[in-house]
Ligand binder design. Structure first.
Ligand SMILES: Nc1ncnc2c1ncn2[C@@H]1O[C@H](COP(=O)(O)OP(=O)(O)OP(=O)(O)O)[C@@H](O)[C@H]1O
Length: 276
């Protein structure tokens, strides 16, 4: 991103993070560290606490414990200061009515420009750059609420990237994307972290993509970290069986691991031999 590179990424430390909804505890003493330029994928079955964890890191969710950015607790940072460091792309964003995709993405520049000031040249340049990188130029003047689900997901990511954060928190960034756009988005994030040192923390249900792109995985189950490490250390058939109740093979290839679901063995094998 010439002339508008994000500043180098930051170290993120989460220590003893717990959260509850009412009396129900959904995160229990979660701890992880992501180095600058690292990519941590938080994985785990439905309801294991992944979104709550991201929202807690952002300070959008009441929690106990501490989040530190380059050693500084986020509780000591002003909202605007935090927004210059951390950006977030939620899983189910509520998009504003009546504004174009370009205007929506420009909202990402808010923490960087003087209050109430119109977008400056640098803001317009950054927005044009991310619109182009995410194939959103042809949609830039459409009302953002009229975009398809996958287009809206790219617009939300574009807004987060326009913020030029040092740390990007992504909740299921590829959930609504077709395979080509999922790879385009993940490849872009991969380049940003390798070239510019952007730190990425994402949830990902697609374990093959998690294994290909993240360098560390944290597996949550019922709000606790039950495994952490490299994809090869965490993505084992035994862990997938124990925590997802899934039957899967884990294959290793040049681009990393692939998690291949296995069908249940047929109850009546002779039905599968009809054309033998
Ligand atoms: N606002 C809420 N009030 C009460 N319970 C909630 C609320 N939001 C989430 N929960 C519960 O907290 C637990 C963790 O939810 P969370 O959304 O963090 O899980 P997740 O791992 O992101 O799930 P998924 O993979 O399905 O997106 C779940 O049991 C969920 O039902």
């Amino acid at each position: 991103m010439s002339g508008s590179l994000p500043p180098p990424g930051a170290r993120v430390e989460v220590v003893g993070l717990s959260a509850a909804y009412g009396r129900t505890r959904v995160l229990d003493s979660v701890r992880f560290t992501v180095e600058p330029g690292g990519w941590l994928a938080v994985i785990g079955p439905n309801g294991s606490g992944k979104s709550t964890l991201l929202r807690s890191v952002l300070g959008l969710q009441r929690h106990e414990g501490q989040v530190r950015i380059d050693g500084v607790p986020t509780t000591g940072m002003a909202r605007r200061e935090l927004a210059r460091v951390l950006a977030y792309a939620p899983q189910l964003p509520v998009l504003p009515e009546g504004i174009s995709t370009r205007e929506y993405v420009t909202l990402g520049r808010t923490p960087h420009r003087p209050l109430l000031a119109a977008p400056r040249r640098v803001d317009r340049d950054v927005v044009a750059d991310v619109l182009q990188r995410l194939d959103l130029e042809p949609l830039a003047d459409r009302l953002v609420v009229t975009l398809s689900g996958g287009e809206q997901q790219r617009a939300v990511l574009a807004r987060a990237l326009a913020q030029r954060p040092r740390v990007l928190l992504l909740d299921e960034p590829t959930a609504a994307l077709d395979l080509g756009h999922a790879q385009q988005v993940l490849d872009l994030l991969d380049r940003l972290r390798r070239q510019d040192g952007l730190t990425v923390v994402s949830t990902l249900h697609d374990l093959t993509l998690a294994g290909q792109y993240a360098d560390r995985l944290t597996l949550l189950a019922a709000g606790r970290v039950v495994a952490e490490g490299t994809p090869a250390e965490v993505l084992t058939p035994a862990a997938l069986s124990a925590h997802y109740g899934a039957r899967a093979q884990v294959l290793s290839g040049p681009d990393g691991l692939a998690v291949v679901p296995m069908r249940e063995a047929p109850l009546w094998p002779e039905l599968n031999t009809a054309d033998e």
